[in-house]
Design a protein. Structure first.
Length: 153
C-alpha cells in the first residue's frame, strides 16, 4: 500500500528502520510537530513526503537528520497478497490486529481508538475472511519481533 491510510496528520514518534544499522529506530519531526500526509502538487496529483526529522537508534547510537521515505522506512510492515500492511508503531499494529481478528465488533472497534481513521481505510485485501489467519500470523510475528524490517512473503 502506498497511501498513508489517508490519516490527516501523523503525530508523535514513528517506528522506523535505522538508516545506519537496520535495527528499530525512532523518527520525530523537529519539535515533535505533526507531519502533513498529503499535499497538492501543481499538476493536482496528491503526493507523499519526503519529510525531514530526526532518527535515533539505541542499537547503533545513530542520531541525526533523516529524510523519511514512508512507508518504505516503516519498521512494522509486511506484505499480504501483494498488499503492504504497515503501522506507525506497535500500538497501531495492535489496533489493526484487534480489528482484523474481530468479526462482530469491527464497527465498535472502528468508532473508538486513536487509529479509527486508519482502520476505516485498510485495504480490502487485508480484511478478506480467507486472508484473516495469514494476516494475523504476520502481525503476531511483527509484534513478537521475529520479522525483520521490510516486506515479507
Amino acid at each position: 500500500m502506498t497511501s498513508l491510510y489517508d490519516v490527516p496528520l501523523l503525530k508523535g514518534e514513528i517506528a522506523i528502520t535505522c538508516p545506519r544499522c537496520a535495527a528499530r529506530a525512532r523518527f520525530r519531526t523537529p519539535g515533535g510537530g505533526p507531519l502533513p500526509v498529503r499535499w497538492q502538487r501543481p499538476d493536482y496529483n496528491a503526493t507523499l513526503g519526503p519529510w525531514h526529522g530526526v532518527a535515533s537508534c539505541v542499537s547503533c547510537g545513530f542520531s541525526g537528520v533523516h529524510s523519511l521515505d514512508w512507508p518504505s522506512d516503516a519498521w512494522f510492515q509486511t506484505e499480504v497478497g501483494g498488499t503492504l500492511l504497515w503501522a506507525l508503531d506497535s500500538a497501531m499494529l495492535e489496533e489493526i490486529r484487534r480489528f482484523i481478528a474481530g468479526t462482530d465488533d469491527r464497527a465498535e472497534i472502528r468508532r473508538g481508538g486513536d487509529y479509527a481513521a486508519a482502520l476505516h481505510r485498510l485495504p480490502a485485501e487485508l480484511l478478506k475472511a480467507g486472508r484473516r489467519e495469514e494476516v494475523l500470523r504476520k502481525i503476531d510475528r511483527l509484534l513478537e519481533g521475529e520479522a525483520i524490517s521490510g516486506p515479507e512473503s
